[in-house]
Design a protein. Structure first.
Length: 318
């Protein structure tokens, strides 16, 4: 007679509440991770787990930033790598019964709350939940939060006693960009122009970059020619402009994207304080890049567009 196969019980539990207000845990499937993970998220995972192990009391960790930048992925990696049970919260539970339920869990536990600002979507609800982080439990708790909006309750920020770590995922780091381009861009001759386009796009996510590269790979065309029509929001980027117009040099600033316009209008002031206006069509120029500078060159003129300090995204190799 064959023995009955015993299935491994998932350590992932969903917290639910019945109509009488009683709390219970429902088993969930183990977290699945993307087949490819870019950048070195393992360092963050190890740092959080090491600190939780060595630190007395609860540990709060916030991952904030734009959608699609691996906040949920790194949270799930922490859950998967640890040997701790995980409680997932998807509803705005508050009140004494909620605190009592968490206090009844004697073992060390991860409390995972994805998209915190959507679940606890008012200042009052957020403040209610925050009081739990100050609680004393028989088994300490690792609180993991993700948020697509950093404008969450001010008492979550600059309060290491509640949120010890705040990892921001607003901009892709250079190592993530380099990793994605190295692994996914098929025609490496497009790399310089791809980085130029990324500079103009501003803050982008892993998802946006992967889909953009997929489009470049599909059509094997220059990234500059494919940005139009994609569902990608292009940020305005301020540029220092140097123009060599028929041998004379002028300097100014503009706040438009060279890659997103056909026509341009530039205002210059000469050494005598007189204003000059110069207009043209980018289609009449050959565009190339040098470092962080976009260069547009025609027979008689040359325009240099260099983004200045408002630009945050680092997409350039040193």
């Amino acid at each position: 007679m064959r023995g009955k196969k015993v299935e491994k019980q998932s350590k992932i539990k969903l917290l639910v509440q019945d109509i009488d207000g009683a709390y219970s845990l429902v088993s969930q499937e183990e977290f699945n991770l993307p087949s490819k993970i870019y950048g070195n998220l393992d360092n963050t995972v190890d740092r959080v787990l090491t600190t939780f192990k060595e630190r007395n009391g609860n540990l709060g960790v916030l991952f904030s930033g734009i959608k699609g930048n691996s906040k949920t992925t790194v949270s799930k990696m922490i859950c998967n790598k640890s040997d701790l049970p995980v409680i997932v919260i998807t509803e705005p539970f508050t009140g004494s019964k909620f605190k009592e339920f968490l206090s009844s869990i004697k073992e060390e536990t991860i409390i995972f709350l994805d998209e915190f600002e959507k679940v606890y979507n008012t200042t009052e609800l957020q403040q209610e939940y925050l009081s739990i982080l100050d609680g004393v439990f028989d088994g300490k708790k690792l609180f993991l939060f993700t948020s697509n909006d950093e404008r969450i309750n001010e008492f979550l920020r600059n309060r290491p006693s509640r949120i010890f770590y705040h990892f921001k995922y607003d901009n892709l780091t250079e190592d993530v960009i380099n990793d994605i381009i190295s692994k996914e861009l098929k025609n490496k001759s497009f790399e310089a122009d791809l980085r130029a386009v990324l500079l103009v796009l501003g803050n982008i996510s892993v998802d946006v970059l992967l889909n953009f590269i997929d489009e470049v790979n599909r059509f094997n065309k220059n990234p500059k020619s494919l940005i139009e029509g994609l569902n990608i929001e292009i940020e305005l980027v301020d540029f220092d402009v140097v123009a060599i117009i028929k041998g004379k040099r002028f300097s100014t600033r503009c706040n438009f994207n060279p890659l997103t316009r056909e026509e341009f209008h530039l205002d210059f002031k000469d050494e005598d304080g007189r204003w000059h206006w110069f207009t043209g069509n980018f289609k009449d120029y050959v565009m190339y890049t040098s470092g962080k500078t976009f260069i547009y060159e025609s027979k008689d003129n040359k325009l240099y567009f260099t983004p200045f300090s408002k630009q945050k995204l680092n997409v350039w190799n040193n």
